[in-house]
Design a protein around this ligand. Structure first.
Ligand SMILES: [Mn+2]
Length: 280
């Protein structure tokens, strides 16, 4: 299985991070993608950077303000819509593996909103749909790279790698986790899927080993929607844990060249998910 997704040097790329079961934001990204697709000759790509699934299961009257607008977890429907969209646009719709997807195919089980979110979702899906989910996730790459200079991962670019081959060769299963934090010590995948930050030096080495200069990732929540870290890293929050007005996605011209994260401009590459809401 190709663990590295290689994007082309032309066309348009839309990038969204952690949805965590928020169907409304998935549908919004799907509409933006379809509208872009209608206007073009088929060179529009849509990339999710993982954590499509496992959302809050909190009643509306107990919903905390810091999580943004209320929603309820709709992971099964969201996955069905992702599969349908990918079947319609097989070479253009992609998702990276997030730590929440990894739980279903060999990773430690996550416990963000339930004691065991993997067991919970699989019990809702039943055996047949669970197998379909696992088949889908086993095909998700760990990293996407584009000739424009950007490297996309789920977590921060903290993994020590010397070459792209180390990511290509990474195994996703076969490890028993005595504690969920054990994953942090697993070479390559532990950091790619779980790291929340990386030093400038680590980030430069990581993106450099993949032939890039700029790192884009999610996994963590940035209440303002995005945050640049030095010249190499930018965290994007498209959905989970962010108020609608602050949610952003990326809209990238793949034929351009990006040397630093400052080349990703607010209002051009960094775009609000709900532009009718006023950013604060
Ligand atoms: Mn995550």
């Amino acid at each position: 299985m190709a663990r590295v997704l290689r994007l082309p040097d032309h066309g348009r790329l839309l990038v969204a991070t952690d949805l965590q079961g928020c169907l409304r934001d998935f549908v919004r990204m799907e509409r933006i993608f379809r509208a872009a697709e209608d206007k073009s000759l088929g060179e529009v790509h849509l990339l999710f950077t993982g954590d499509l699934i496992h959302g809050p299961r909190i009643p509306e009257d107990g919903w905390p303000d810091y999580l943004g607008e209320f929603y309820k977890d709709e992971s099964p429907k969201l996955i069905d819509r992702f599969i349908a969209l990918q079947e319609r646009f097989p070479k253009q719709v992609h998702s990276l593996l997030g730590n929440h997807e990894h739980g279903h195919i060999g990773g430690p089980h996550t416990a963000k909103f339930a004691y065991d979110e993997v067991a919970l979702l699989e019990s809702i899906l039943g055996p047949k749909n669970t197998e379909k989910l696992r088949r889908l996730f086993r095909d998700f790459p760990l990293v996407a790279v584009a000739p424009c200079g950007i490297v996309f991962t789920h977590g921060a670019p903290a993994a020590h790698i010397r070459s792209i081959a180390e990511i290509e060769a990474a195994k996703l299963d076969g490890i028993t986790y005595r504690s969920p934090v054990d994953i942090l010590h697993v070479p390559v995948i532990g950091q790619i899927l779980w790291a929340r930050s990386a030093s400038a030096e680590a980030a430069r080495k990581f993106v450099g080993a993949l032939g890039g200069r700029v790192s884009v990732f999610g996994h963590d929540v940035v209440p303002q929607g995005f945050e640049r870290v030095g010249d190499e890293q930018i965290i994007i929050s498209t959905s989970f844990g962010v108020a609608d007005a602050q949610k952003v996605y990326l809209d990238i011209d793949l034929s351009r060249r990006f040397d630093t994260v400052h080349d990703l401009r607010e209002g051009i590459e960094i775009v609000p998910l709900y532009p009718q809401r006023q950013r604060s």
